[in-house]
Ligand binder design. Sequence first.
Ligand code: SF4
Length: 193
Amino acid sequence: MAIKPTLDLTTIISRAISGMRIGERVGNLPNVESKRSRELAGRVRGAKPVVSLCPYCAVGCSTLAYVSDEGKLLDVEGNPDSPVNEGHLCPKGSAIFGLTVNDQRWTTPKYRAPYSSEWIDVTMDWALDRIAEKFKAARDATFVGIGPDGKRRNHTLGIASLGGATFGLEENYLLQKLFKSSGIVAIENQARI
Ligand code: SF4
């Protein structure tokens, strides 16, 4: 009758590495880890977190903007100390870093002519003149001075505004002043929606 060994190979290895920390082994065997894996670090390691605010909506989630010693923005995460969002950000808030640091982001005005599939670069002066021209034409074509009931309206329903939640106080003030003085009544803001 064969004698059964009292210690098999698995037991011997297990005892040999039993002093290792959890995470350095898989089951009873050592976890293989390359030099590259050992040296990997999060991109925000050592960076300074600056408390900030998501610019998008009225929920007002707090963020941590991680900045390097050179002042470069490295990442934006939810702030776990905020009672509003407790470290969480919705998909829009989670995209703050990608929107801010993005070499594919257009930084010059573009124009696509009617029926064209191509965008072309234009100057800011050209773009503003074009917008003003279209704005005036639409207002003149749709402005109602006296309504069908004989009452004064002085408004247009041909132009509407949907402001972005990144607008600040001054931008919203100017938007209201321009649009209301032009008779535009359909003015809304993403932060309220
Ligand atoms: S857009 Fe999302 S992350 Fe930003 S404040 Fe609103 S809910 Fe929070």
